[in-house]
Design a protein around this ligand. Structure first.
Ligand code: PHE
Ligand code: FE
Length: 299
């Protein structure tokens, strides 16, 4: 088959007065498993092998064990329906296929109902090391395993409900909540008796950041603090300047269980913090050297 025909369809982009924005597709799609090419499976295989090797001793054990329990392996791209049997039995979550990023409210609604949207297509071979938008490897390899953990599974559902609520409150509340997702679900570290480990999906699906987040002297590593995180900007185009460290998934669940409405109100007149700042009352695991940090660009 000519190379072009083997390429999955991408989220389309459109020029608008707000710039070049993705055209979101909200429809759910059945995973077209039979249409994956040999290249697609090879991309999964390469990435799976490379990350698993790297993540033993770096990712938290819950993550690694869950991948094994779900039967993920380097052989071929997993089938959503097979994963769903295991996942459904373990925590009642269901994977649903999507074309790409969803509008916020749709995404929250899925999570609130224990449905996790997974992008069905996988990156091209020349995008092995970096792709800006989430693909199947990021979503499936990175996010899905921890949905097997009962506490984390509940956290994700609670986050979805919280998202629906924050969406109704307004854009500032939504920004606070998005930062929480970013610094936990995407880029979180966890303290274990064996040392710091990765649980964030954005880290485990990246070779470079798996090494950087744990081993580089450059970034800050700071103890989880809900309001601190909600005030902190983040990076979307470089490795993070700061990683936040939880003690346990129970801590994450407990710290986020209070009603956020008064917290959003209290945060409204507080300054946003630059991604790389260390505050006087931070619990600092490591103050970063800041080496190699880009100026500007925090969002
Ligand atoms: N407790 C939060 C609220 O009231 C909901 C939430 C739970 C948000 C867990 C994120 C994570 O909005
Ligand atoms: Fe993600």
């Amino acid at each position: 088959m000519p190379m072009d025909l083997a390429q999955p369809r991408r989220v389309e982009h459109q020029q608008t007065d707000k710039g070049y924005v993705p055209v979101y597709t909200t429809a759910l799609v059945e995973q077209p498993w039979d249409t994956y090419s040999a290249d697609d499976h090879a991309t999964w295989s390469t990435l799976y092998q490379r990350q698993r090797e790297l993540l033993v001793g770096r990712a938290c054990q819950e993550f690694l064990d869950a991948q094994d329990e779900m039967g993920m392996n380097a052989h071929m791209i997993p089938r959503f329906d097979q994963l769903n049997e295991v996942l459904g039995a373990a925590t009642g979550w269901t994977l649903v296929g999507v074309e790409g990023l969803l509008p916020e409210l749709d995404f929250f609604d899925h999570l609130a109902n224990r449905r996790f949207p997974v992008t069905w297509w996988i990156r091209r071979p020349d995008q092995i090391d970096y792709i800006a938008e989430p693909d199947l490897f990021h979503d499936l390899f990175g996010h899905v395993p921890l949905l097997m953990n009962p506490v984390f599974a509940d956290y994700m559902e609670a986050y979805g409900r919280g998202g629906v609520k924050a969406h109704a409150i307004g854009p500032d509340a939504l920004q606070n909540l998005t930062r929480l997702y970013w610094y936990t679900v995407e880029f979180g570290l966890i303290d274990t008796p064996d040392g710091l480990r990765i649980y964030g999906a954005g880290i485990v699906s990246s070779k470079g950041e798996s090494l950087y987040s744990l081993e580089s002297a450059a970034p800050n590593r700071i103890g989880f603090d809900l309001q601190r995180i909600m005030r902190t900007k983040y990076r979307i185009d470089t490795f993070q300047k700061t990683y936040f460290v939880i003690d346990s998934f129970e801590q994450l669940m407990q710290a986020t269980s209070p009603d956020f409405t008064p917290i959003y109100a209290a945060l409204a007149d507080q300054a946003h913090l630059p991604a790389g700042d260390v505050q006087a009352d931070d619990h600092v695991f490591q103050a970063g050297t800041g080496e190699g940090w880009a100026d500007g660009g925090d969002v």
